[in-house]
Design a protein around this ligand. Structure first.
Ligand SMILES: [Mn+2]
Length: 347
């Protein structure tokens, strides 16, 4: 760990590490693993640039954390953002866009060129999943925790798969505007809109607890109503409860009671109110306040349950490079989630 040039009272040095922290991967307890990929994004593109936007904005934060003083010395290291994956995302997304444009015209899948392009995108997604899985297996087997930074919401699949091989009975706390329970979307098996459908096919997933959901289709609602593992806390009900005087504390406790002792958090930034993520791919009105979301996770940690990993996805920077708001929120959320994950194991 090279702290010789690091002063936690001063400004960050731009060292290509999240929050300017000088920890080496070897000495780390937690690694920041970026997956700059948004090949199948259907609406607004740009989440492949999320990790870089969060990294750029992260230098601006102060390190003091009210839950975890001296968080900066706990051992968080950055795995460099993989530029090969990012360029692969760009080329794959160009093909995917042709398929999406074709389907959005109301065409059926009878054009052989489109069919083979669709197959190509699906193959690239499989390879991305395998890459994420291999990377995560590597760090998990070294006893490290992983903070995964997307990318669109398809990217944590390989990570969750790796975790299911290290843990029996894990639950997922899924914060999102969307249920992500579609069985493939626009023909893409590993679409961002299908992540939780795909995750439910994995072994050892005991519960999927969804919070903040406010945009879903009938097929997804049917799945929620028929699969015992699925528990929905939709945004409308959460807010109605609040308006009728049921405290957020009480609601958080209720949410957490549904989770097993080992919890994975999948955090889509669009679970928050759109003011916190104006450039995210598929924004929806409503959503959680920043502090509400943090309070939920603080309550989880206080309950004694362990956060065994998390992802933060769908942060997309503004086209105006001077505007770091999305990245700034992403960075603050990333720091807080990382600190709370740390605290859940070492308090
Ligand atoms: Mn979403």
């Amino acid at each position: 760990m090279n702290y010789s040039t690091f002063n936690p009272h001063q400004i960050s040095i731009k060292n290509n590490c999240f929050f300017g922290l000088p920890t080496t991967i070897e000495d780390s307890k937690i690694v920041f693993f970026s997956v700059p990929w948004d090949a199948t994004v259907s609406y607004g593109e740009g989440t492949a640039n999320g990790p870089q936007a969060i990294l750029d904005a992260s230098y601006q934060l102060d390190w003091y954390d009210f839950d975890l003083p001296q968080a900066w010395e706990k051992g968080y290291a950055t795995i460099p953002i993989n530029t090969y994956i990012q360029s692969k995302s760009d080329t794959t997304r160009a093909i995917a866009k042709k398929v999406i444009d074709y389907l959005e015209l109301g065409n059926d899948l009878d054009d052989q060129t489109i069919v083979s392009e669709l197959a190509m995108v699906n193959q690239e997604s499989i390879e991305l999943n395998e890459w994420v899985y291999d990377q995560c297996q590597n760090y998990l087997s070294q006893g490290k925790f992983i903070a995964l930074i997307g990318g669109d919401h398809s990217v944590p699949f390989g990570y969750i798969k790796a975790l299911t091989e290290h843990h029996q009975q894990l639950s997922i706390l899924h914060i999102d505007a969307h249920a992500d329970l579609r069985n493939a979307y626009e023909g893409f098996t590993y679409s961002h809109a299908s992540i939780m459908y795909n995750v439910l096919q994995l072994p050892n997933i005991s519960k999927l607890v969804q919070v903040g959901i406010r945009d879903l289709c009938q097929e997804e609602m049917d799945k929620i109503n028929t699969d015992d593992r699925l528990i929905l806390f939709d945004d409308w009900q959460l807010k109605n409860n609040l308006y009728q005087g049921i405290s957020w504390q009480k609601q958080c406790q209720n949410i957490i009671n549904n989770l097993s002792p080992k919890v994975y958090i999948s955090f889509d930034i669009d679970g928050l109110n759109q003011g916190y993520c104006p450039n995210t791919g598929t924004p929806v009105a409503g959503g959680l306040d920043f502090n509400q979301a943090i309070y939920l996770i603080q309550t989880l940690v206080k309950s004694g349950k362990k956060i065994i990993g998390f992802d933060l996805c769908e942060v997309s920077p503004s086209k105006d490079i001077e505007n770091q708001w999305d990245g700034n929120i992403g960075a603050r959320l990333l720091y807080k989630l990382t600190n709370l994950m740390y605290l859940s194991h070492y308090q």
